[in-house]
Ligand binder design. Structure first.
Ligand code: ADP
Length: 268
């Protein structure tokens, strides 16, 4: 199975329903077994990231309602030591947040180097929901693509490696998941009528995501489009990309203190 590849800068993607699945993907059982193996590697790499301490990893999860952001947090990042994770969800900004610039809450939510920060939604909401609902004038959100790229370049220059995943689901898969959510008492509390208004704006969101992927996939902070209709496939593709990225960071355990080592075998 092919691994995910970053969206080349400047690429306008169609984001059709067909792109939400992968022909010839392995079976569910094979993918689940593969994820369990990947979990061990991911956990070891997360320990190395913490020990090395000089770099941080920022993982951004974006996508439409029911695309599987929460499931990705649980199933992929649930495989590592929770102490090494800084997880933050971004809801509608509070009055205090609105009094600041839109990157303020995002920057202050970033975990320190040595940790994996997970953003469940992110500053990209400020060029997605904000654009689709005209929450700020157009000239303001248009400037943000450049501002976001500059912000991410600054983080990259300061030791953060950034991965951004767009969890791409098809319209039909979202219909099924919304129906299932309504039928399930453990899930329907989460349902908001507003989710259906967002679904009605499907094409507006597609246009907004297309622009995000074309304008903000950069060498320092690439976007990946994840075919997310099939959950086990989504998990494996994301886990593989995170592992390859951590492996490419050449993480090193610091050398132990020689004086401490000299005491080996002499602990009473
Ligand atoms: P999720 O759907 O991710 O499980 P919620 O149901 O809490 O989480 O939804 C969070 C809501 O907050 C989403 O509708 C999202 O569009 C909205 N939101 C996040 N950031 C912003 C923003 N900057 N401006 C306006 N709305 C935002």
């Amino acid at each position: 199975m092919e691994h995910l590849r970053p969206v080349p800068p400047g690429t306008e993607l169609a984001l059709n329903d067909d792109d939400a699945s992968l022909a010839g993907a392995p079976s569910k059982a094979e993918l689940q077994a593969r994820l369990a193996e990947l979990g061990d590697r991911l956990a070891a790499l997360e320990t190395a990231l913490y020990a090395d301490g000089s770099r941080g990893l920022l993982v951004v999860l974006q996508g439409r309602d029911t695309c599987g952001k929460d499931g990705t947090v649980r199933h992929v990042f649930g495989l590592v030591n929770p102490q090494g994770l800084a997880i933050r969800s971004f809801d509608v900004p509070t009055p205090l947040e609105l009094r600041h610039d839109y990157l303020w809450r995002v920057h202050s939510a970033l975990g320190p180097r040595g940790m994996i920060t997970l953003f469940n939604r992110s500053h990209y909401e400020d060029v997605l929901v904000v654009r689709v609902h005209n929450l700020v004038p157009e000239e303001q959100w248009r400037r943000r693509y450049h501002e976001i790229n500059t912000f991410e370049q600054m983080l990259a220059a300061n030791g953060y490696v950034i991965l951004k995943f767009f969890l791409h689901i098809s319209r039909e898969e979202q219909r099924k998941r919304l129906e299932a959510r309504l039928d399930d008492p453990e899930k329907n509390w989460k349902f908001r009528v507003g989710d259906l208004d967002e679904r009605a704006r499907w094409d507006d969101y597609t246009a907004a995501y297309r622009d995000v992927l074309a304008r903000c996939s950069t060498a320092e902070a690439p976007w990946y489009v994840v075919p997310a209709d099939h959950k086990p496939l989504r998990n494996v593709l994301i886990a593989e990309t995170v592992i390859e990225t951590l492996e490419g960071m050449d993480l090193r355990f610091p050398a132990a203190d020689p004086e401490t080592l000299a005491r080996r075998g002499r602990i009473v």
